[in-house]
Design a protein around this ligand. Structure first.
Ligand code: ADP
Length: 601
């Protein structure tokens, strides 16, 4: 983040903090009311005890009052304080425990809803992604900080109003010292919190890198690679050491400045002005000018000490508010991100098998080069289409466009002659069953993994039927728990871990269960050997007899049975036709086939 973005106007600071305050009042109004009452009560109790009570006792001694009179007043103060403490212990702490998570949940729900709604393309933008990570990880902290601000303001202002009233009645000049201390403290706090934010933003990318190392060493996903490739772990460790050094260097770079600001805050603003200058003034007023009594020296000194503490709390407010605001700015910018891929209204996708056409479609990720160029393709009802090409040719990107996860830069995609933008997006996506290469198996039962709706009560027969079509039946029969067997060992010690190929079959079953008319399979059998792949694909294609199927492959074992093959290279269709036609034309496809054919024949 650059300096410019760190600059915040007072209005922005106010607006961003008010957003959180309003959210808190809306989500937990009872708690917020109790918070205000509690902090005011605490201040009144301190004022009664340490200023009024103390002055009364000292003056009683200095000017002579009866012990009975003093005892009565002290008892009254004691009862007020005791009732307050009881309220604090019994009531206050309990509601706080419940309210904070409630407010945090309300903000997090907004963040998660947004994360689900925004375009996949946003994840390719590092600034957006950083904002998202920051928003999710900092939401709770900012809410707590906002409470902190409120508590400081309410208690500080109540305490100060009481103290100021006392100063003005007893000795108005005293007030000047307190005010001077306050402004000095405000200034040093502002400088300190700006510096802290600067340090934190410089440390942020480094800490993310440290977090990555951490994940690599503890996550299951990396465990195999790390054992087999000692060089990788050595490199990562080296990287970790270097990053740690850089983190320490950031702290070192700002250490002197930080020390200076802290000296200004802790010594000059507080101790020097209030403890030394003010005390000297009070003694001078009592001993030389005789404008105040000796009792008042002690009481005013004590009241100034508590006021100093209140001022310290209030003067911290701007600094904290500024930091909250800087974070909220990013959280807001995440929440304000508008999805560009939005749903059209009131146009459902036809239930019958449909034609999908791509017309002159070109696409690039952000500002990068085009990864798809002028693609023309037709998927007729019930046809079996293969898209082949080497890694990086643009096959998966093409599927992402068809699924409307990204929008083409040029050209259009039509379903039954209507641009897919004009359909209800959820309906459109639901009616096309897609299995991506990086499908996920959830920590749930086999059945739930097929339904993908943990609340749905799908019929066992339908689920088994889908599993049969995807070739999972044999494995299902070997599971003692059948459809109710738990998958993954994430939460269940006896959970079943599927092999790559088995997982793929399960993922394919989801599509059969959902009953889509068009099935898209992105290298669904890459984890199988060529022969097994061929058999699986043949049985899948038979099962999908009355559906359109688009399958992606960089292996050609199944392409023989496709009605039409599109060969993709560097984002362009370089050849198209049936297996026989493409072999006859003896181009790139024929060459790829000859290289791989030995595996299949
Ligand atoms: P294939 O499926 O044929 O292996 P892809 O469609 O995955 O190819 O990728 C096509 C090209 O687009 C590759 O050069 C890849 O690096 C690039 N690419 C893929 N995803 C992204 C992304 N999110 N951001 C930028 N470039 C991407």
């Amino acid at each position: 983040m650059n300096e410019k973005k760190n600059k915040q106007s007072l209005k922005q600071v106010w607006r961003n903090n008010m957003y959180l305050t309003k959210l808190s009042f809306k989500t937990a109004p009872g708690y917020m009311f109790a918070l205000i009452v509690e902090f005011m009560r605490n201040e009144i109790s301190i004022f009664l005890e340490f200023t009024i009570g103390f002055a009364f006792v000292l003056e009683s001694v200095e000017f002579g009052r009866s012990f009975g009179e003093v005892a009565k007043v002290l008892l009254l103060i004691f009862v007020f304080v005791a009732v307050g403490l009881f309220y604090n212990a019994v009531f206050w702490n309990k509601i706080r425990e419940r309210a904070v998570p409630k407010i945090e949940r309300s903000l997090k729900e907004q963040l998660y809803a947004k994360a689900k709604e925004i375009d996949l393309g946003c994840y390719d933008n590092p600034e957006f992604y950083n904002n998202y990570i920051l928003a999710v990880s900092e939401a709770g902290n900012q809410i707590n900080r906002n409470f902190d601000i409120m508590s400081k303001l309410v208690s500080g202002l109540t305490g100060l109003t009481l103290a100021s009233g006392y100063f003005i009645v007893k000795d108005p000049r005293s007030f000047v010292f307190v005010a001077a201390s306050f402004f000095m403290m405000m200034l040093s706090n502002k400088l300190l919190s700006k510096l802290n934010f600067k340090i934190r933003t410089e440390r942020n990318p480094l800490e993310r890198k440290l977090g990555y190392t951490n994940r690599v060493f503890y996550l299951n996903d990396y465990a195999k690679e790390m054992r087999l490739n000692t060089e990788v772990s050595r490199e990562i460790m080296k990287d970790y050491d270097e990053t740690l050094d850089k983190t320490l260097a950031v702290d070192k770079k700002y250490a002197k400045r930080r020390l200076g600001f802290e000296f200004l805050k802790n010594y000059v603003a507080q101790d020097f002005i209030i403890d030394i200058l003010f005390l000297a003034y009070l003694v001078y007023s009592a001993a030389v000018l005789r404008t105040i009594s000796y009792s008042q020296v002690a009481v005013l000194r004590g009241t100034a000490a508590t006021a100093k503490w209140r001022l310290g709390r209030i003067s911290e407010v701007y600094g904290i508010a500024l930091e909250v605001s800087l974070y909220m700015e990013r959280i807001q910018s995440f929440l304000d991100t508008e999805a560009e891929i939005v749903s059209a209204e009131n146009r459902a996708v036809p239930e019958t098998p449909t034609v999908i056409e791509l017309k002159n479609v070109s696409f690039s990720y952000g500002e990068n080069d085009y990864v798809l160029k002028n693609i023309n393709m037709t998927i007729n009802p019930l046809s079996k289409i293969a898209i082949v090409g080497y890694n990086g040719a643009g096959k998966t990107t093409l599927i992402k466009l068809i699924m409307r996860l990204y929008e083409p830069n040029e050209g259009e995609i039509l379903l039954d002659g209507v641009n897919i933008k004009d359909y209800e997006i959820e309906d459109y996506r639901r009616k096309i069953g897609t299995v991506f290469q990086d499908f996920k198996i959830f920590a749930a039962t086999v059945k739930e993994n097929v339904l993908l709706d943990f609340a749905e009560n799908g019929s066992d027969a339908d689920v088994c039927n889908a599993l049969e079509k995807s070739g999972f039946s044999e494995r299902l029969n070997s599971l003692s728990g059948g459809l109710e067997s738990n998958l993954t060992t994430e939460f269940e010690e006896n959970g079943v871990n599927l092999s790559g190929g088995e997982g793929q079959k399960l993922a394919v079953a989801r599509v059969f269960y959902a009953g889509a008319n068009l099935i898209i399979l992105d290298e669904p059998s890459s984890a199988l050997d060529p022969i097994a792949e061929y058999h699986l694909n043949c049985s899948m294609l038979t099962a999908a007899e009355n559906k359109s199927v688009l399958f992606i492959s960089h292996r050609l074992s199944t392409t023989r049975i496709a009605d039409k093959i599109y060969m993709l290279e560097d984002g362009e269709i370089i050849e198209e036709g049936s297996h026989g036609e493409l072999l006859k034309s003896n181009g790139k496809y024929a060459e790829m086939w000859r290289v791989q054919a030995g595996q299949y024949l």
